[in-house]
Design a protein around this ligand. Sequence first.
Ligand SMILES: *Cc1c(COP(=O)(O)O)cnc(C)c1O
Length: 498
Amino acid sequence: MQYQSTRDKTQKVSSSQAILQGLSAEGGLFVPEQLPKLSEPMLECMIGQDYIQRAQTILEGFLTDFSPEEIESCLKGAYHVQKFSGSQIAPLARLGENAYLLELWHGPTCAFKDMALQLLPRLMTVAAQKSGDGKEIVILVATSGDTGKAALEGFCDVPGIRIVVFYPEEGVSPLQKLQMATQEGENVFVAAIHGNFDDAQSGVKKLFCDPQTIQMLQKQNRVFSSANSINWGRLLPQIVYYVSAYCDLVRDEQIALGDPINVCVPTGNFGNILAAYYAKQMGLPIRKLICASNKNNVLTDFIQTGVYDRNRPFYATTSPSMDILISSNLERLLFHLMDEDDAAVRDLMEGLKTNGRYTVSQQVLNRLQADFDGGYCDEAETAATIKRLFDTYSYLCDTHTAVAVSVYESYLSQTGDDTKTVIASTANPFKFPHAVLSALGAEAQDADEFEVARKLEELSGNEMPEQLAGLREKPVRFTESFAKDRMNDALAKALQNV
Ligand SMILES: *Cc1c(COP(=O)(O)O)cnc(C)c1O
């Protein structure tokens, strides 16, 4: 199977190239030329299987230049029990009559990005061996918190790869900072930047394109790559858990094989929900994809009107991983909805770049609305949902998950659609202890995060996961910070030191 670029269909690469390159040369994203089909007999066969076996079937359909043995060894390395608490990898928790939470946060950093970032580095290593040039890969990441830590954990001590993470000194929570600063591994480097997330991100983009830096890397027999959420290797692992959740529902006799479900996803960069869209296109019986946003509701407006407009205030919310005004992965969906018209995608993306907005045709809007519904929820409603779930079901959820639950509940009351619904739960509540504790009505003002977490444990009867609680005792390894125009110094240091 070949992969083509959303902005120039003549650019075709193999799956291993798509994963290694991340982005196509002219700026487009790689998408598969056709999708492997998921037939009912295949689903039936998967019902009795475990997560890794189900993943094997799906990945083999997409990674046609990987051998089954290569895929299996990547999967076994990524999803073994020492990394994911509990053997189920992505278990479902029932929530009332018709809803189920798909818990995607049992991995090493307690957030859903582990689901992809535990697998991507392993796929990348195999892909690099195939390209056979013997170069060491240097991964650069700019992070506003969650991605950086999940990437560090995923790439930690992976042979043939180094990783350098830049985060804005004032832009991440103390817990997130501690997660990164205590990172273990011989091939990792973490640098704080004086500036905000945009400074870190544009600094990374500059390094990627800087001729002097590229020349330096070439001399060292190294090459850059990227682990951000537009890499196909991050999307693919996310398709698996929607299929797996469906199989679990059939296995547990919540639905019959062939029954449709809905899927509701707390959305930022549109990666997680796009994976569910691909599962649907492959044949998984999904009726509606419900796109949940926080107060940064650019996607809600888009789904309702067909106008994507980023010219609006940016809100910092208690669900920071969804504070995004440009959802990069939407480009892939547009490509599919517009009959793979690469020139038209190019025009829309040009419009986004120059005017910050674009409008799709009525036909595209109709297609969009056939698959998607969208809604958003403000800060007060997010907090109220956390409290309501805890009071009603004794279930403690994080802020991102709460946004999705609230949007689902509005959808249900507006449409009366009582199809069984899988709601993606994207973070462990102890990752955001301040917001969750205060949602429950307790005072959490000035205390440090471990103190707040202790109070949350007391109040909820839940325990802070060891991956987070253990940070307190871990030695801090990375303390250096750099001016935003000196990120090349950080890189040089990372490449000589580690
Ligand atoms: C990244 C993230 C999201 C958003 O996922 P996208 O794939 O970017 O839409 C939601 N919740 C949490 C906790 C996240 O870390």
